[in-house]
Write a protein that binds this ligand. Structure first.
Ligand code: BES
Ligand code: MN
Ligand code: ZN
Length: 502
């Protein structure tokens, strides 16, 4: 799919676009809007009656398609945007995604997209709008056919023209391919079953990035991790027949280094729960997505290795393993020692993500970065609190939290800041060890974050993103088709490209 921009002309907001499918966004309750006039010029004076007849109210993401025979464009897809006051970047993304799916399904090869971008809030520059529209088209038309014996035909357009945008917006499109390839890599890693995406497969994905873009890769084997004393991580891995792989990928900028950041991802390629086995209703069959954090950081690495933003050195760290049951698996009640010497009583083997992250965070902090951000499908409690659209954000730094929230907004991913309430830390007190790995059920996502905080160097800006709810969408939503969302990639890339501030 090729994307390009085409300025409007004074004669018509559609400029001199020609193609087979016009996709046009309409605001509700504005009879004088220029795009409605342009549509009328194209389809004839009966248009308004037709819209009325088909009860089109221009409600958000309401779609209407007109097929035409023997004339260009052969199809017109009209999508509603709601009232002008409420029209924003998120609304633009969802509307473009919905309309692009309709246009592609009707066989459009050359799409022209015309939306009333001047009605967006002032801070939404043409470049931001262009990137959002192009991402929405590409990411909503993504289809994963790797595991079907015969691919279903899924038509995709060849060219997509953003009408009403000039060359200035083209710069925004130059990063599009890298960002979307990163999101698609994350989706593919998450969607693949646990017999395909193993710890070794995650290491292979990191190697492919290192080889394609000249990044540096270190993979620590079990014995290397033993030498570093990573007892928490290795405890989780010990019940599996598959060896753990501790992945450390480094992306260096071309010139001077201003900032160094570590991105840490939970990489459980399958979470059975261990002896605290996941039972009915706990979605054990979905626990292939428990490596969603590692998919997000590897997807971001894929994009950043290509884009090479100036001044920022990026360390991507994944302690990959499986949480399984066997004669060698940890018992509930076992005590393990993390690589900083802290002892942990494993009172629940299903709280395994935080054990792997403990050693990964200690390792990340030893690199002395300016900031550490971890992403993890860490708790069901976070899903209960925030649902499927919003990820939880915990941070020891207000500036880092603000920068990540802002980057999320730019990338179309939602976060909600949650409290690191120190008094809840008492829930992790163990009668026998320095701490236990699980506290009481209430506030479970908060105690999980507090557990992680124990393994982060004091005063080092750190943020924890719990993406348990957002990593997967059963029905699909906005730009995400049903299945793996690739959540986190766009926020991370945006944050690093903006200088990894906070
Ligand atoms: N991987 C799960 C968290 C999870 C649950 C992600 C549902 C996505 C959907 C994690 O390892 C886990 O099992 N957490 C436990 C913690 C509990 C034992 C304190 C949970 O949330 O139930
Ligand atoms: Mn678990
Ligand atoms: Zn887990």
């Amino acid at each position: 799919m090729q994307f390009r921009c085409l300025p409007a002309t004074s004669a018509t907001p559609l400029g001199d676009w020609s193609g087979d499918t016009l996709v046009l966004g309409l605001l509700a309750g504005d009879d004088g809007q220029p795009l409605l006039g342009a549509l009328e010029a194209l389809l004839g004076a009966g248009l308004r009656q037709r819209l009325e007849q088909r009860a089109f109210k221009a409600k958000p993401a309401e779609v209407l398609a007109f097929e035409r025979v023997g004339v260009e464009p052969a199809a017109v897809v009209v999508v509603g945007l709601g009232e002008a006051e409420g029209f924003n970047l998120d609304g633009l993304r969802s509307a473009v995604a919905k309309a692009a799916r309709t246009a592609a399904a009707s066989g459009g090869r050359h799409l022209g997209l015309a939306f009333p971008l001047t009605s967006l809030p002032a801070e939404t520059t043409p470049a931001i709008a262009a990137a959002a529209m192009a991402e929405a088209v590409r990411l909503s038309l993504y289809a994963d056919q790797r595991f079907r014996s015969e691919a279903e035909p899924k038509p995709r357009p060849d060219t997509v023209t953003l009408i009403g945008l000039d060359d200035a917006a083209d710069t925004a499109l130059s990063r599009l391919g890298a960002v979307c390839a990163g999101v698609e890599l994350a989706r593919e890693l998450v969607a693949a079953p646990p017999n395909v995406v193993t710890p070794q497969a995650l290491a292979d994905a990191a190697l492919a990035i290192a080889e394609a873009y000249g990044a540096e890769l270190k993979v620590l084997e079990r014995s290397d991790c033993q030498a570093l004393g990573m007892g928490a991580y290795l405890g989780v891995a010990q019940g599996s027949d598959l060896p753990p792989k501790f992945i450390h990928l480094t992306i260096r900028p071309e010139g001077d280094i201003q900032r160094r950041v570590a991105l840490v991802g939970k990489g459980l390629t399958f979470d059975s729960g261990g002896y605290n086995l996941k039972t009915g209703g706990s979605q054990i069959e979905m626990m292939k997505y428990d490596m969603g954090g590692s998919a997000a950081v590897l997807g971001a690495a894929r994009a950043l290795a290509e884009l090479r933003p100036a001044g920022v050195e990026v360390h991507v760290i994944v302690a990959a393993c499986e949480n399984m049951i066997s004669g060698g698996a940890v018992h509930p009640g076992d005590i393990v020692t993390a690589s900083n010497g802290k002892t942990i009583e494993i009172n629940n083997t299903d709280a395994e993500g935080r054990l792997t992250l403990a050693d990964a965070l200690i390792y990340a902090c030893k690199l002395e970065p300016d900031a550490v951000v971890d992403l993890a499908t860490l708790t069901g409690a976070c899903v209960i609190a925030l649902g499927e659209e919003i990820a939880g954000l915990w941070s020891t730094s207000d500036a880092l939290a603000a920068a990540l929230l802002q980057s999320g907004q730019m990338g179309g991913e939602s976060f909600w800041r949650m409290p690191l309430r120190a008094s809840y830390r008492s829930g992790l007190k163990s009668p026998v060890a320095d701490m236990k790995n699980t506290g009481p059920r209430p506030g479970g996502s908060i105690t999980a974050a507090l557990f992680l905080q124990d393994f982060v160097t004091k005063d080092l800006p750190w943020a924890h993103l719990d993406i348990a709810g957002t990593v997967w969408s059963d029905k699909g939503r906005g730009m995400d088709p049903a299945g793996a969302t690739g959540f986190g990639v766009r926020t991370l890339v945006q944050w690093v490209q903006a200088g990894a501030t906070g």
